[in-house]
Design a protein around this ligand. Structure first.
Ligand SMILES: [Zn+2]
Length: 457
């Protein structure tokens, strides 16, 4: 064995077990009763700790190479590693948008040069070029991603092949992605309703924060979900609804799930732990699309985690500069949406578990096992079992800590005000990616480029 983790409690989605874990050549070689592991090059004492599969964050934006000033694969995978996340699925938004095999290969090279953990890449299928879409699958695309609304003004290049506002284009894209056998992840907000909402607040010359929420209420999300799922049902294809934020969208998802449509759904910690009150308090720093909503919506999302209509939790990690968040305060629709959340994804969910809101096994399911299963990484990621990649988060459930700015690794830590000084129960002590210790006791230990590009089986 190269590495042994002894004395801890190993957690999978199926249960908890006192066991020692042996690692050889980047994979898990043995999970045995305490004290029964052979010799190892290095041993980590995990007494009183939880030994979890590393997180698999299926919704991640480093945007490399579009905005090095905001972050890249190196800086943002450090934030992931510090949060116990060992695999990220990078979205296709970049400059240019990731819509051809050539762009895909270029991004793959950047992962290999920069990342410190495993990174998979989404492709953008919306140019409707069959050769490009199949070509990206051959290059190792993990899945595909689209938006149902037009690109953010001035950022059109970054969204090539990603934005489909017309029903016919959306339908053709679903059919094309079905040919590949990959899952299509969709940002569901209705373009025409968003445009109408925007025109409304602009006509009223509103500069208040509430205007953002008023311009994209839950019906904007629900109506897009309904239209997507009607098409998915017709084509009998698999779709995944990104960042579900509202009770109304959930109702639609449940109806189609009951009718046997293969629709999976995710939500994010910003919807589970915050409400519109937090948005009104933090303004640009808590501005997301769809918006953070009411306490009623928040409750519905927790219910969906409990009843299985939402099976994964992702960060939707996105990076900005403070000046970008501060600019245009008088025209709130121009303020960029999103924030860095990968480092707190697993700790926030673990905090909820340790406070009794759900079980630790459920957290492993939501943040590791199920995203691995949905995106073709089953058996390799999301579990601690012989043969799986040695991707592990050693979590100490005892300390009560504050997520202070000096603990954050994202290059965009200054815009991370949603999670700044948030109290957490427990802490990530060690993160292991493919058998390498990438993070230990607050320090990143691995070099730029030590991570890997990964493709689905
Ligand atoms: Zn996103």
């Amino acid at each position: 064995m190269d590495l042994a983790i002894t004395g801890g409690e190993v957690v999978t989605e199926r249960g908890r077990l006192r066991a020692d874990v042996g690692i050889a050549e980047g994979r898990i070689a043995a999970v045995v009763a305490p004290g029964h592991l052979g010799e190892a090059g290095e041993t980590i004492d995990a007494t009183a700790m939880l030994v979890l599969p590393g997180g698999v964050d299926a919704h991640f934006h480093s945007r490399t190479p579009a905005h090095p000033e905001r972050g890249d694969f190196y800086t943002e995978t450090q934030a992931a590693a510090a949060g116990g996340v060992t695999t990220v699925l990078e979205m296709p938004i970049s400059n240019p948008g990731c819509a051809t095999p050539e762009t895909f290969r270029n991004r793959r090279r950047l992962i290999e040069e920069q990342a410190i953990i495993d990174v998979a890449l989404y492709g953008a299928p919306g140019t409707l070029n069959r050769a490009d879409v199949h070509g990206m699958v051959e290059e190792g695309a993990i899945a595909f991603k689209i938006f149902m609304h037009r690109p953010v003004l001035g950022r059109e290049d970054e969204f090539i092949g990603i934005c489909l506002t017309e029903d016919e284009e959306l339908y053709e894209t679903l059919a094309l992605v079905k040919e590949t056998g990959k899952r299509l992840v969709v940002h569901c907000e209705s373009d025409s309703m968003l445009e109408a909402g925007l025109a409304r607040i602009q006509a009223e010359a509103r500069s208040d924060l509430q205007a953002h929420m008023d311009s994209r209420p839950p019906i904007v999300e629900a109506v897009a979900v309904a239209s997507l799922l009607t098409m998915a049902e017709d084509l009998q294809t698999s779709v995944h609804v990104a960042h579900v934020s509202s009770a109304q969208a959930l109702q639609v998802i449940r109806r189609y799930q009951r009718d046997g449509v293969d629709v999976s759904a995710e939500t994010c910690p910003h919807y589970l732990f915050f409400t519109e009150e937090d948005y009104l308090r933090l303004g640009p720093y808590a501005k997301y699309n769809p918006p953070i909503r009411s306490a009623h919506d928040q409750q519905a999302l927790w219910q969906a985690l409990a009843d299985g209509s939402i099976t994964i939790v992702t960060s939707d990690h996105g990076t900005y500069l403070v000046e970008e968040k501060e600019r245009n305060r008088d025209q709130p629709w121009l303020i960029p949406s999103g924030g860095p959340g990968v480092q707190t994804l697993l700790p926030m969910m673990m905090t909820a578990a340790l406070q009794g809101r759900l079980s630790v096994e459920q957290v492993v399911g939501l943040v590791s096992a199920e995203p691995a299963r949905l995106f073709g990484l089953c058996g390799r990621k999301g579990t601690i079992a012989p043969g799986a990649d040695a991707d592990i988060c050693i979590y100490d459930p005892r300390p009560e800590i504050l997520m202070t700015r000096d603990r954050m690794f994202s290059k965009a830590r200054d815009v991370n005000r949603l999670y700044a000084d948030i109290p957490l129960k427990g802490a990530v002590v060690v993160t292991i990616s493919a058998g390498r210790i990438v993070f230990r006791q607050g320090q990143i230990l691995e070099e730029r480029g030590s991570g890997r590009f990964i493709a689905p089986a």
